[in-house]
Design a protein around this ligand. Structure first.
Ligand code: ATP
Length: 432
């Protein structure tokens, strides 16, 4: 699949628009249209349900984007959240040193500078800039709020090890080379878990989460044949990590990181304990004299990269009667619309049947309603946006109170009584 085909479909069909487009855009910023916003929501909802609502060893958290700057000193981000930057002395283009070979500019052949460290945290100011304001960072990861609130969680929730915190939220990185569509942007969303454990159990916990991530990829519709585990060598690991596995995905522009799984040891809680003076430790409930700092396994997942991997996995083209049919084979849970109600014409008699059906279905499912253009074009549009079921109301429906249900993947059609539609769809795995 070509990236251009996906980018064009995503724009035409309301998934992803270039950011601030009417002003010429803003490099590497994207806005999610109605269908993209719904797909993001479906990803986040499924994650929150599976991680927080359907487990009693994980708690949700929603931390602030701006935190006390001391957080980022203790976490090591001020000192080490750097990318090595090289700059061409001729065309002034900038690159991440690890993205270019040698000392020659790949764009113009000029000489590249020596690498210098560039901190990728965005800095901003609280208070009017003219006065002496306080500098703060926009968080480069959501993780720190979960460490900083460790004591609050212990006191309010009284959890026992192993337990975890889970958070979904925006993160910001002043990337040197953003690009590849929504793959690397300056502003993105993460779904992160900090899972606190007894230190000696880290290996089994790591394996359990690794498997959980693969299972979750599968149930959401990510093509596992395109997912590859990469054991990250020590030299390439983040400053806090004792073991990292990256889940890479075969994007159309190459095999790149989709998600990460890191063993952060006790790095964060130890550093925050020392820097804040608060004891961020756990007391063994069976032996109150035994106090220790738990270790942490961190599964981290980007919402935007998940969405891109879902679109790439779902995108399909096939020949049908000599024509190319484009279809997004999204799962029934992820599809932005689950059902489309399509009256064959705009005539009032058909509306009188189609509208009450729509109202009924909207109580249970995410529905679209479309009465323009030929039915063939409408089916094509619904295929392209991944709608699993189309329901056509025709003139015969006025007599027999039946409608045609068309399934996206097989394109098979069945004629069913109006009164059975909700049941039929539920029986076929549709839940909103
Ligand atoms: P990369 O090596 O691609 O820069 P990373 O290893 O720095 O990624 P992490 O710090 O592990 O990324 O961030 C966790 C997750 O957040 C990533 O697996 C990815 O899904 C997402 N992510 C990180 N940076 C970006 C970005 N600039 N744009 C979109 N998503 C991102």
């Amino acid at each position: 699949m070509e990236m251009e085909a996906l980018v064009s479909l995503a724009k035409q069909r309301g998934f992803i628009f270039p950011g601030s487009e009417i002003y010429g855009g803003l490099a590497n910023s994207w806005d999610y249209g109605p269908l993209g916003a719904q797909l993001r929501m479906n990803i986040k909802r499924a994650w929150w349900r599976d991680v927080v609502e359907q487990r009693n060893d994980l708690f949700g958290l929603d931390g602030a984007i701006m935190m006390n700057p001391k957080v980022w000193e203790a976490s090591g981000h001020v000192a080490t959240f750097h990318d090595p930057l090289v700059e061409c002395n001729k065309c002034n283009h900038r690159f991440r040193a690890d993205d270019v070979q040698g000392t020659i500019c790949p764009d113009c052949g000029g000489a590249l500078s020596k690498p210098r460290d560039f901190n990728t945290m965005f800095k901003t100011q609280i208070g009017p800039v003219s006065e002496q304001g306080t500098s703060v960072y926009l968080r480069p990861e959501t993780a720190q709020a979960m460490f900083v609130n460790f004591k609050n969680i212990m006191q309010s929730m009284r959890p026992r090890l192993p337990f975890g915190l889970a958070q979904i939220g925006k993160a910001f990185r002043n990337e040197i080379t953003p690009g590849n569509y929504i793959f690397r942007t300056l502003e993105f969303e993460q779904m992160e878990i900090e899972y606190f454990i007894e230190p000696e159990t880290w290996e089994t916990s790591f394996e359990t989460w690794k498997q959980w991530m693969l299972d979750w990829a599968k149930t959401t519709g990510i093509d596992l044949a395109k997912v590859h585990e990469l054991e990250v060598p020590a030299a390439d690991r983040a400053h806090y990590s004792k073991r990292t596995v990256d889940f890479e995905f075969d994007f159309p522009f190459g095999r790149k990181e989709l998600w990460g799984l890191a063993y952060r040891g006790d790095f964060d809680l130890t550093n925050h304990s020392q820097a804040s003076g608060e004891r961020l430790e756990y007391t063994d409930p069976t032996d109150p004299k035994r106090k220790f700092i738990p270790h942490v396994i961190e599964p981290t997942m980007g919402v935007d990269r998940t969405l891109l991997a879902l679109l790439v996995s779902a995108y399909d083209e096939e020949e049908v009667n000599g024509e190319t049919r484009v279809v997004l084979r999204l799962t029934k849970e992820m599809a932005p619309y689950q059902v489309a109600v399509l009256p064959l014409s705009k005539k009032d008699e058909l509306k009188a049947v189609a509208q009450p059906l729509l109202q009924e279905l909207m109580r249970s499912f995410r529905c679209d309603y479309d009465e323009t253009q030929s039915i063939g074009k409408r089916y094509r549009r619904q295929d392209e946006i991944g709608t699993p079921y189309c329901i056509t109301v025709d003139f015969e429906s006025l007599n027999d109170q039946q409608v045609t249900v068309r399934e996206r993947d097989s394109m098979q059609q069945v004629r069913l009584p109006l009164s059975q539609i909700t049941h039929y769809l539920s029986d076929h795995g549709l839940t909103s």
